[in-house]
Design a protein around this ligand. Structure first.
Ligand code: NAP
Length: 259
């Protein structure tokens, strides 16, 4: 690669927070690598970023749950001599909201395999590359659910508690390097998240946000961009951000105060 611009790697960029984050960095002139499973959406975003911001964009469609796919992806970026300057571990999902006695074990496995194991596979490989050049930043998408368990949230909560623990432990692992590790923990963000959680039931998904001026994907992208733009000496370890109408998982004001 001839360019000396930064390379920003965003997982789960076909929608929501990942999509907005990729665009935010492209707007800044950074080169972008985007991933997700839906290749058509990745291609659409790649074309848009190249056209609107004149940056280099590489996209790879793969399932982050599959270790062999993650290995193949990392080999491809290595073959292009790219070491990401920033890895945004955003790909993630929730499935279902059933109590422990009713929940689907398949849903649990999908959340664990995506939110924990997928994140770990890619982090392991990319951090190894970053350590070689003693440069880089990992930003993990945690959640308010990484701090506050809720009814029906057991395994999603567990995966986000794990992301929080992994972020803390990796910070310790990397103390002798210049590599920074941040976890961003949002409350309600109106994305495809709830539609995915409720298996495509848009009415149920929309009801989650009734009366609330939620965070937007752009709000989170702004925060990620801010954290990544601080001087290298500054390591923001955790940020929790909620809508003004949501102060905890359950302290929610649904009275449309901003409308
Ligand atoms: P979203 O709109 O549903 O986007 C999720 C992204 O993750 C999509 O691009 C999806 O791409 C990707 N993804 C899911 N499973 C994947 C897999 N197996 N392999 C590769 N990519 C996969 O949700 P979002 O709200 O932007 O969520 C982004 C992150 O923020 C997640 O980690 C979520 O837990 C966290 N978060 C969200 C909220 C919220 O209220 N929305 C709050 C706190 C934290 P494909 O479907 O194309 O694979």
């Amino acid at each position: 690669m001839s360019s000396t611009k930064r390379w920003i790697l965003v997982t789960g960029a076909t929608a929501g927070i990942g999509y907005s984050t990729a665009e935010m960095f492209a707007k800044n002139g950074d080169n972008i690598i985007i991933t997700g499973r839906r290749e058509d959406k990745l291609k659409e975003l790649a074309d848009k970023l190249q056209k609107d911001y004149n940056v280099e964009v590489i996209y790879y469609a793969f399932d982050i749950k599959l270790k062999s796919e993650v290995l193949k992806f990392v080999d491809e970026i290595k073959s292009k001599n790219i070491t990401p300057d920033l890895l945004v571990n955003n790909a993630g999902l929730s499935r279902g909201l059933d109590k422990i006695q009713d929940a689907s074990i398949d849903d649990w496995e999908e959340m664990i395999d995506t939110n924990i194991k997928g994140l770990l596979y890619i982090t392991r490989l990319v951090v190894e590359m970053m350590v070689k050049v003693d440069k880089g930043h990992i930003i993990n998408l945690g959640s308010i659910a990484a701090y506050q368990p809720y009814t029906g949230g057991s395994v999603y909560n567990a995966t986000k508690f794990a992301v929080r623990a992994i972020s803390d432990a990796i910070n310790l692992d990397l103390v002798d390097t210049k590599i920074r590790v941040t976890a961003v923990h949002p409350g309600m963000v109106d994305t495809e998240f709830s539609t995915v959680r409720f298996g495509g039931d848009k009415d149920r998904a929309n009801s989650v946000y009734n009366g609330i001026d939620t965070l937007t994907a752009d709000d989170i992208a702004d925060i990620i961009f801010y954290v990544a733009s601080l001087p290298e000496r500054v390591n923001v370890q955790h940020i929790m951000v909620t809508p003004t109408q949501q102060r905890s998982i359950n302290a929610i004001n649904r009275n449309n105060i901003f409308k």
